[in-house]
Design a protein around this ligand. Sequence first.
Ligand SMILES: Cc1cc2nc3c(=O)[nH]c(=O)nc-3n(C[C@H](O)[C@H](O)[C@H](O)COP(=O)(O)OP(=O)(O)OC[C@H]3O[C@@H](n4cnc5c(N)ncnc54)[C@H](O)[C@@H]3O)c2cc1C
Length: 428
Amino acid sequence: MTQQRVVVLGAGYGGLTCLLALAKRLKHSGVELVLVNKHEYHQFITELHKPAAGSADCEYIRIPLGQIVSRRRVRLVKATVDRIDIENRKLIFEDGNELAYDKLVVGVGSVPEYFGIPGMQEHALTLRSLNCARTIHEHIEYQLASSKVVKTEQERQACRTFVIGGAGLTGVEMAGELAETLPRLCRRYDIDPADVQVYNVEAVPEIMRDFETDLARRVARDLERKGVQLITGVPIMEVTADFIALKDGRVIPTRTVIWSGGVRANDLLERSGFPVGARGRAKVDQGMRSPASPDVYVIGDCAEAVDPKTGKPAAPTAHNAIDQGLVAARNIISDLTGGPRAAFHPVDLGAVASLGESFAVGYVGRFKLVGRPASVMKEMIELKWIWSLGGIRMVLLRLPRLFHLIKVALRRKAPYRPLIGPACRSGA
Ligand SMILES: Cc1cc2nc3c(=O)[nH]c(=O)nc-3n(C[C@H](O)[C@H](O)[C@H](O)COP(=O)(O)OP(=O)(O)OC[C@H]3O[C@@H](n4cnc5c(N)ncnc54)[C@H](O)[C@@H]3O)c2cc1C
């Protein structure tokens, strides 16, 4: 019998979970495991807002894949997949090379959904990868520096106004983090923080719809305390290089729009002929298998896994991607060696939103967390993820994170001092 090859495409939350479960269970089986990813590192997408705002270094949120696979029998291929040839069971890379598979797990994540808003795709920045976070941060610094040399007052205002589109979890985290780091950046560029504006614009009346109303209200209060101007129930109608136009007629001069209003599946699946549902997410059965082929599983943000209880697709979250990765791994093992099959049932374990170092809210089951307990919980979730990638060795390799958790846990009171926005403008 020829050696079977299982390929995991995508080293995100879902793909790595699946790969590590397969590596553990298939250690002595002779099955070849291959991980294909477009970068040679895994990135903590859930923390991109930190380097984007400038409060954390990029090293803080990435792990070289070599460190993860080094002690496991896994072949690492750094390549971008252009197409999946389902019929001939092979991946076709952008450089024209090909890789055949016997079993394939696809976890290529999501891309921004622009909802056809004119100018959004052309002019907005997005928060989807480490490179996006770097670009956002450099753009912010460039705008602050440019604001000192532009000729007109309108241009100066546009350079010093930052708009975050969308007030879901990602949007509020970005707005909160940015509001906290801007005073420091302003000092660097000799700018009065009172001249800088941060807007968070949301099309529907509520923010953070996955959170209960009282937690969402606490977030709104914290954003306002930091000087963020929260506009809800007003869609963005147009984005240009110098302003945004809102549905209520307001025009906000800005050269920086960070769009976090929604995601759709990576279009690799649709392009490769997979049956897809809403927002391009690939259809799968309860075992995460694609109807396109019994040898292909699709997991995470790019899969449309329907919750049998509600009949609705599970939310595109990291913990759903992780659970789906485990289900796909169990089912591949069952395909190869027999045994029972697993099914995905989404469980809402909770979520935490951190708005800078000074504030966080979250829930775990029915327990709500606000302030320091939520901040500690957020850090612990990230450390648990690092642990799952490589145990104590991986945690020790990332000691600054451990120290950061201890610092957050022991901090006496929030270090935040409002420096921007209305509080500052009114002289408070
Ligand atoms: C700022 C931000 C904050 C978030 N916060 C939270 C949170 O607090 N909690 C939560 O549960 N969720 C959160 N999310 C959502 C969460 O990050 C996603 O649901 C999760 O990353 C999805 O995991 P995934 O494995 O499907 O894909 P990803 O983690 O996106 O991984 C996809 C991988 O595929 C690779 N890839 C893509 N295309 C190709 C290709 N063509 N060829 C080769 N490789 C490719 C990418 O490089 C990447 O490594 C947040 C998202 C953002 C943007």
